[in-house]
Write a protein that binds this ligand. Structure first.
Ligand SMILES: [Zn+2]
Length: 357
């Protein structure tokens, strides 16, 4: 390795696992960073971690050693030249966007650059006009990183002015490796990786959820418990819905705790209520919907794997083969419908009727 390669290696970027393409691109742009980057991909694929590591590498006097005070401060989000802007409500607010535009004009305080990370750029909505100019032409010393799941059509122009960095769903091995490094046992890591759909955030949640294995088993038992009656279909659908609701209790308890803390803080300041409470409740509702959808998706994946196992059995009859294939197709269809805000009870009953052949 030459000296030049050594200095552009930026060990701090090694912290991001399972995204060699994205990290390679970022590593290559450290020497002469452009003004704006757009990290695109599903949540839980390392976009946020990568943005912080990239910022640390840009701010570090030795190009991202991961060890020095500058790197440590950046990784702990305490570096004076790094700001991570999270939306406070359902979308990025106009006030927040104006604040970002103002921050972009600052000169770096300690490093060569300042880095602004804007999370959930796809939810910028009405605040977009306040951000456009900033993203298109910030000062030379400002690097902006936008994080988004997809690029809404009204932002295609802005997106085209950014370096686009794609984050793919992680493969199971990468998830297992990270979980095991965090102290999760191999058997648990393997089973949650399968159910996490390439998302590390989901895998972490499941690894600490003692009821998860049992809930998956409930889904897996469904095909053998169907008996051709509508009554059984309704009963099983109710059972699965109750199962989907179980992890929501943990999330609700955590949300109640957050609100209680904020209320305490508000009272200490002499306020009677939490400022922007409805915005926080919107965020909580979104989180609940996401956990619920994720849980349904994991259940459907478990159900699908039972049907796939049937296909692989030796000496399987043509009739059993046909019904397993039809079941897999119905489960795929149900997974697709899940993204369209359908009524969960009706979706499950529809699916179970189709499985019951
Ligand atoms: Zn460093």
């Amino acid at each position: 390795m030459t000296a030049a390669e050594g200095s552009s290696r930026a060990p701090v970027l090694d912290r991001v696992k399972g995204q060699p393409g994205a990290i390679g691109l970022l590593r290559g742009s450290l020497r002469a960073p452009l003004h704006a980057y757009l990290f695109i991909g599903p949540p839980g694929t390392g976009r946020r971690d990568a943005s912080i590591a990239f910022a640390a590498a840009l701010l570090c006097p030795s190009g991202g050693c991961g060890e020095c005070t500058s790197c440590q401060e950046a990784l702990a989000l305490r570096h004076p030249d790094l700001a991570v802007i999270e939306r406070a409500g359902a979308s990025i607010l106009v006030d927040q966007a104006r604040e970002v535009a103002r921050m972009a004009l600052r000169t770096p305080r300690a490093a060569r650059y300042q880095v602004l990370v804007l999370v959930d750029f796809d939810l910028v909505e009405k605040a977009a006009p306040a951000l456009l100019k900033t993203i298109e032409e910030p000062p030379d010393t400002t690097v902006i990183v936008l994080i988004a799941e997809t690029v809404p059509s009204q932002f295609v122009t802005i997106a085209s002015r950014c370096v686009q960095v794609q984050f793919k769903p992680l493969d199971d091995e990468a998830i297992i490796e990270v979980l095991m490094r965090e102290g999760v046992e191999v058997a648990t890591a393997t089973s949650v990786a399968e159910a996490a759909g390439g998302r590390l955030d989901r895998a972490r949640l499941l690894a600490r959820d003692p009821g998860f294995a049992e809930r998956l088993q409930r889904w897996r038992s469904v095909p053998s418990r169907l008996d051709g009656t509508g009554a059984r279909v309704a009963e099983l659908a109710d059972e699965l819905l109750a199962s989907v609701a179980e992890p929501l209790e943990v999330v609700r308890a955590r949300q109640a705790e957050e609100l209680a803390l904020l209320q305490e803080e508000a009272e200490r300041r002499g306020d009677r209520t939490i400022a922007g409470r409805s915005v926080i409740e919107d965020r909580h509702n979104r989180e609940l919907r996401r956990v619920r959808t994720d849980e349904m998706r994991a259940g459907l994946a478990a159900l699908s794997s039972v049907c796939r196992e049937r296909l692989a059995e030796t000496g399987v009859s043509p009739q059993r083969l046909r019904s397993a294939l039809a079941a897999i197709a119905a489960i795929d269809e149900a997974s697709t419908r899940l993204t369209r805000n359908v009524n969960a009870t009706m979706l499950l009953q529809w699916l179970l009727l189709h499985l019951d052949t």
